[in-house]
Design a protein around this ligand. Sequence first.
Ligand code: ADP
Length: 445
Amino acid sequence: MKLKTKIQLFSSLFMILLLLIINAAIYILFYKTSSDGELEELLDQTNIIATALNESDDVLTNDLLRAFLPSDGMIRIINDDSTFIHQLTRKKDYLNQEVIYTDSEIKNIYDLNGEKMAVVSKPIIWEDGQVVTLEVSKHLVILEKNMSILFYVLIIAAVFMLIPTMLASKMLSGFLLRPIHEFIKTMNENMTAKKWQRLRLKKRSKDEMYEMGKTFNHMITKLEENFHKQEAFVSDASHELKTPIAIIKSYAQLLKRRGLEHPDIFTESVDAIHSESDRMQKLVEQLLLLAKNEANVLQEKVNFNNICENIVHKISGVHSRELRLSMDKVNIVRGNKEQLQQIVYILIMNALKYSEREIDIRLYSQTDDVIFQVEDYGIGISKKDQDRIFDRFYRVDKARSRDSGGTGLGLAIAKEIAELHGGTLSVESEKDKGSIFTLKLPKYH
Ligand code: ADP
């Protein structure tokens, strides 16, 4: 069922139910007060008849009762054995009325063949000293008429109230659903035509629909950005992989043609194939790392001092360069230990690659952050390149980076890990003087 139909159906049903309850309450209340009034009036008349019966010695009882007989009713005097002393009526149907002897006052309304009858019974002392029942009944013609008029008035009023309600619910559903229809249309267009269309939002009404539209547009912008990033990433990655494959292929062909006769070509080719496949392996590993980082959840308590000490120790074992490490006593952060090790490793390895002198590594705490810095005194990075070195596959000097086994992915990975940890990675550098890479992470509290 469509949302529009649901809204209309629900509001109409709700209104019908409400009108039913209100109208039924009005109907019952009116009936109750009117019938109570009629009964009171009949009781008064019964009392008058009883007094008249008491006081009239010289008038015949039958004549007296006839004088009081209602035009649409009946008067009966009933003995305690349910026989009649008198029974007067102008309508024979009323004779079917049940005979009830009572020694207490009763007033009642009941249905006699579809007609509403008011009956008042009252005990009186009869001429022979016996207690008999004086019963006066009256057909409630006016009440019946009023009730039927009220019934039709209420039905007509209900219909008149339902029409505007239905119109209003139609308008409301149209008003509410218009933006949703636009959403659906835009989404369908985006899907079928592979477009990145946004919704046109009217600033006038800053309601929930406007907020929803704004969120939708924001989502489309993010999706578009990510899509283009992914596209660029895939094309960069395949481009980067193509080069080593082409080199391996051409050396393999060279080997095939002349490798057996020329041992120098053989050695050169095998070396090149080996180093290119190394590069490819590193590239693939780093690509996988990038994909993995995004999905990792980080929560453990990590002692950054241990990370620095371990990595500096390991690197010092294989490189002869001086690594000067200075640390505050305790520096604890929250996150993923392996990922944090990667950043430290990437930054120190870069400093080694792009400088030839000693390297300063610092780790200290500020009020809310832990700061890790790697400073080298090497080739440095020009201002224009500083903004781009964190982009995937960006290398300032392609040839140099290539020679040193660089892929252009290290800093992109490091920056991504830093951001995943709620931190930042930045660089200060001057060409030919050196660089300082600063990692800032929130302190573990
Ligand atoms: P690569 O694998 O090429 O080193 P990175 O993403 O780690 O890739 O670095 C991107 C580029 O930033 C490098 O190619 C290099 O040009 C520059 N770079 C990174 N670290 C330094 C540094 N300490 N000094 C000078 N240049 C650097």
